[in-house]
Design a protein around this ligand. Sequence first.
Ligand SMILES: [Zn+2]
Ligand SMILES: [Zn+2]
Length: 451
Amino acid sequence: MPYSMRYGEGGKLLIGDIRCSCSSRHNEPTQDIYVGGGIIANVPEYIARRDIGKNCVLVADNITWELAGSRVSQSLKEAGYHVTNCVITRPDRMEPDETAVGEVLLSLEPDTEFLVSVGSGSITDTTRVVAKRLEIPQVCIGTAPSMDGYTSSICPLTFRGVKIHRAGKCPEIIVCDTDVMKTAPMDMVCSGVGDVLGKFIAIADWKIGNIINGEVFCPVCGEIVMDALSRLLDNLDEIKARTEKGIRILTEALLLSGMTIMIIGHTRAVASVEHNVAHYWEMMQLLHGKLPPSHGSSVGVATLLVLPVFKTFAEEDLSQIDLEVIKKNRLEREDRVRWMYRAFEKTAAESIMADNEGDFLSWEEQARRVRTAQERFEDIRRVINELPSPEKLESAMRFLGCEMTPADCGVDDKLLNMSMRCAKDYRTRYTLFKLISECGLEDKYLSQYPV
Ligand SMILES: [Zn+2]
Ligand SMILES: [Zn+2]
């Protein structure tokens, strides 16, 4: 293997010896990541090893407080730490929004030296945006293997009802106690599995970006993620039974995919068009005052939707397409802006367009991409053929009891159709969906999603 993965003292997950010839800069993660049964008791010791201070604010919600927060707070106090608890209490699921972030801010003391988050996605993100603004360390105690964001430094938040992304802190210390994680409800486990399965698409899109645009693809990061994916698919029984081994494998898959972000400094290996579809559902549900579906479950369902599009594309005959016809039918800039307003609504459309300036292509660039796709179609086909069959992922998800359809995620046809049509427009990041659109084939491939 061109990298090593092992466990060191105290359950410390060590990834290193990265031997890669790609031109990315590879940073070995400097975070302390611990995975193991019963290790939550070691939190004071883990913190002491890093010498990050004695005064902290511990952030939990009313559920994670009961699950682990009060225990961690108590053990820290016994070890001589000064702990201010910030327990965000909501009648239903908590959102990482301006109110939650405000609660953390107002819990800070003048001498707060670090933050401790006890929870999964929402709590971790709410805490890390504050840690980043203060430039103080964060200790993250994961409570569910439900998403891959523990090791992330970007936080998806909700601001004025709109989904936004802000820079956040990648926690210095991450502790995933499998005894705590295995008590997570099955729907959170399914959510984690969905988030991991989406990586198949992310890796394929990354390789396609390499083929069409010469984007640097890091084979080692690709391998780290693919290894984690195959261990996961080989251990579905253990995951379903939520055994120590099963939960460890799922947790590792989530952490390792996240660690590729630290290694190469971007999220290419972990998120692509399947995440765009899922984000769109979350964003629009929020905007219309509905509780959004869980992140990982939406990613899993979106993966099942986009994977068949990839498989069909492997049978495409690009020699048949006519550049003149594509040129005639392509959207001019004003039409595209109009489409963005229609798809994302005003506030989100404006922020997406501002964040993705390169997204409107000149005709020359579009034509170059189309020609490259024609010339290198065999390479694209090879990438698609490496993807598992939709049936394989479907049966894995069905076996675990995952949400399977947009309807299971509370997504109606109108939202579904729009999400499939604008998935390519959410980010500049290159995807097969962009390629299909640039080749003038969107109506052929997405005809079942009329808008
Ligand atoms: Zn995700
Ligand atoms: Zn590399």
